[in-house]
Design a binder for this molecule. Structure first.
Ligand SMILES: [Zn+2]
Length: 195
């Protein structure tokens, strides 16, 4: 089965080398705050540290999802697979501030399953991008559904957004999103198990 369209169009990473990034962050710092107000240490070293950090934070764009999910195993039909509370860290596309939390994945097999270590890798590949929570939840579920063709799949994502907690309304709330697809009765079963 083909990967869903949105997932096929993964943008190729446009990250330049860390030295170019360093110049960008250096300019950003001097726009944000007068250089006289920050230490020489910050001026000299923070832009390079930011370059390395941000390069890592968006490294998920470099992961080939199709290849990540390519090794599959035959298994008994109707096997329920649940992986609970995989931690993730991502950057919101509106403010480039972190949002983070946990993702639980459940599916009911048709004929195939996948090495369970691939699930945290899949979460990392989609969360280490510039994201919104709703799309990330959908991309994780839809990519698994397209490659494993399970009878049903449910992905639950609970997240705290720093753009809501530390600025704006400053409300430290948690937001939950779901992606489900497949047989409706089996989706209900999965949602009960992921509750
Ligand atoms: Zn935001």
């Amino acid at each position: 089965m083909e990967l869903p369209k949105a997932i096929n169009n993964i943008p190729v990473s446009k990250i330049r080398d860390v030295l170019s990034l360093k110049e960008v962050f250096s300019s950003l710092l001097s726009f944000l705050v007068d250089k006289d107000l920050i230490s020489v240490e910050v001026c000299e070293h923070t832009p390079m540290r930011m370059s390395h950090a941000y390069k890592e934070l968006v490294s998920g764009y470099d992961v080939d999802i199709r290849q990540l999910l390519s090794k599959r195993f035959n298994c008994t039909k109707d096997t329920v697979v649940i992986t609970d509370r995989i931690p993730f860290y991502s950057l919101c596309e509106h403010h480039l501030l972190p949002f983070f939390g946990q993702i639980s994945i459940g599916f009911i097999t048709n004929e195939e399953t996948i090495g369970l270590s691939k699930l945290p890798k899949l979460v990392k590949a989609y969360s280490q991008r510039i994201q919104i929570q709703e799309n990330m939840t959908e991309q994780i579920g839809a990519s698994l559904y397209s490659q494993l063709s399970p009878q049903a799949i449910a992905v639950k994502c609970e997240a705290t957004h720093l753009c809501v907690s530390m600025r704006g309304v400053k409300s430290p709330m948690s937001t939950t999103t779901w992606f489900t697809t497949g047989n409706k009765k089996k989706i209900r079963e999965l949602k009960r198990l992921l509750h």
